[in-house]
Design a protein around this ligand. Structure first.
Ligand code: HEC
Length: 170
């Protein structure tokens, strides 16, 4: 059995011997007692628990805030790290919700993400700030396109990140 399939089956609380059969319903079973029913039903449960695009956006919202403070700190490495993670999260999100793919790709993944990374690579503060405005506009363009215009994004007013400005003496 391919390794990926084997590990997915482990996640779903079953192994090859139970494929297609009723799964475990009792306690224990490797901590997966909440998974029960057929393999298809258990995969459905795992999918439901992973959630849809709003789970992606919870992660993206957090990382956007981190990105903002990283830019304020001129911590270009941490900022680039966050942009990469935002791109990865959106790419995974459209696997879950393919209906969002066209907007995500045309308005965000193909353009703003790469341009933000380029600006951070150059590390010129003014250009980075300009690009961050474009990046924020791309979030909002997609929200408008996806009929979520009431989710209007802007830089957070208050610092909540535990990640500190890099200490030059470190
Ligand atoms: C595919 C286009 C798309 C892009 C690009 C996008 N969003 Fe979203 N966003 C959505 C959709 C759709 C929702 C509503 C999700 C749902 O309810 O399933 C959403 C919801 C949100 C939410 C509310 C999440 C919640 O449930 O609490 C936040 C915060 C958010 N987006 C932030 C951002 C930020 C920040 C960016 C840019 C870095 C961004 N989004 C880029 C489509 C997008």
């Amino acid at each position: 059995m391919p390794a990926l399939l084997a590990s997915l089956l482990v996640v779903a609380g079953c192994d090859a011997t139970t494929t297609g059969e009723e799964g475990p319903t009792g306690e224990g079973e490797g901590g997966s007692a909440w998974l029960s029913g057929t393999v298809d039903e258990r995969f459905q449960d795992v999918g439901d628990q992973l959630g849809g695009f709003s789970q992606t956006m919870l992660e993206v919202g957090h990382r956007y805030s981190e990105l903002h403070w990283a830019i304020e700190d001129e911590n270009w490495e941490y900022a680039s790290y966050q942009v990469e993670k935002i791109g990865d999260a959106v790419a995974r999100g459209i696997v879950r919700r393919p209906g969002r793919a066209e907007s995500a790709e045309s308005l965000f993944l193909n353009g703003p993400v790469e341009q933000m990374l380029e600006a951070l690579g150059d590390g010129r503060p003014e250009a980075v700030q300009d690009e961050f405005s474009e990046f924020t506009a791309a979030c909002n363009n997609c929200h408008v396109r996806e009929e979520m215009e009431f989710v209007w994004i802007g830089p957070p007013a208050e610092r909540t990140t535990p990640v500190q400005s890099p200490d030059p003496n470190r």
